[in-house]
Each structure stands twice: as C-alpha cells, then as structure tokens.
Ligand binder design. Sequence first.
Ligand SMILES: [Zn+2]
Length: 265
Amino acid sequence: MITTFEHNPDLRSQVGEIASILRQSDHTVAMTGAGMSVESGIPPFSGTDGLWTKYGTPPMDGYSRFRKDPIGWWNRRTNEKIDAHIMELRDALKNARPHAGHFALAGMVQIGALNSVITQNIDGLDEKAGVDKLFEIHGNRQKLRCVDCNDRVLLADVVPLFAPDPCGVCGGLVKFDTVMFGEPIPEDVMRSARAEIDRADCVIAIGTSATVRPASGLLWIAKAAGATMIEINPSETKLTSLCELSLRSTAGLALPALLEALTDT
Ligand SMILES: [Zn+2]
C-alpha cells in the first residue's frame, strides 16, 4: 500500500538517504520504465492490464515486415484494420500529460543532481516536462525517424495518414521513431545511453521491471562496473537484489520528495 511521504517516516528517511547518495555521486543516471507512464494514464504493454495481454502480442518480426513493404504497412496503419492495441495506445498518448514525477526529474537535471535520463518509454512525456539530457532508447511516438541517417522530425499531435516522404536529409526510408519488434535500437541513442552508463557511479531505476533487453542489460553493466544502484518501484523486481536501496513508492510521490530533499539546505 502506497502512502504519502508526510505520514511515513521510513519513506522520508529513505528519500533522505537517496539524496545523500546523489550528493556524493559524480555522475548519476536515471533509467525509467513503464511505471512512469502508467501514472500518466498510459497502459503498459505487458502485465495483467497490459495491451498485449488484452489484445495479443504483435508479430515479433514487425520490423522486417515493415522493411519489406513500407507502403503496405502505412496503409494498414491508417485504415480500419488498425490494431486495437494501437488505437487504445494512440488515444491514451493523445490525452497523457506529464505527472509530478516527470517534472521532478526535469528539476533534478536542472540542479545538477542528475546527469541524464534514459527512458524506455515512447510517450515523450519526459521531453514535455522539460527533461534535459534525455535518451529515448525505444523512440518517441510523436516523432518520425529515418532508418538510414536517424534524422528525426517532430509530428505535433497529428498522425500521418499516408507513408511519409523519403528523408529530407538523405532520401532514406522514414518510419515512426518508436522501435519495432526486431528493430535494433537506433545506433546514435544506444551509443549515447551506453556512454552515460559507462560514466555513471550511481544509477536510479524508476518504474522499470528491468526485463526488456537491451535496456535492462545497461543496468547490469552499471552494476558490474561498480555503480551504486537505487530502485524506486512500488513492487519488488529482478533488480531489487542488486540495489543498495529500494524505495517502495510510485515515481509521482517519490521523485518530488527527492527533489525537495535535494534542494533542502
Ligand atoms: Zn536520412
């Protein structure tokens, strides 16, 4: 059961401990997962209420199907045969707003307590909240990306009705920035995320069950290299045993409390 921090001395003291670890660290990186998005009303993909649990898992070879017939893929996406899970996700994304946890992350980067944020989420809410130094390793649903040169274009709130024109920079094939099944993480963002993990002496995993590779692999790399691991998650995860400290809370409650502890003089 999640309680508010004012009435829970244990949570308050754990937040104080995390703040003190962060103050002593030279380079702290946050890795965020589906739990962050769920608090903004975006359904997760997996788990009991997950989209794939409700509607079935999409084909695991989505990316190669797209590469074979991009026009056909776009046509299917924009007509009535559209997948039910994509429709539900699209509606949720359209209405979603960043929550207090996203804004607190932005604040922590701003005051230098956090060096960067690596997110597995595709909702773009970290960017909307003003998180600087952000690496969206599974892409951003509000962007299109060229598969050849990785040039990205922001889509406002409009979903394209037809296959987009070839890349304005290199003429390459353009798709949603969101990483599909079977598609490698774009090299530019993966390289940057790995460089952040290699520099980190402290990593905070927030709302992630650490089961999706290669994102989860980054956490094990950090641990193996000796980084102090911290977890913020309402439930125990595979990461818990690796962590110095596991705070059992939602991001929306814990992160504002942490930002407050960090700015307390
Ligand atoms: Zn290009």
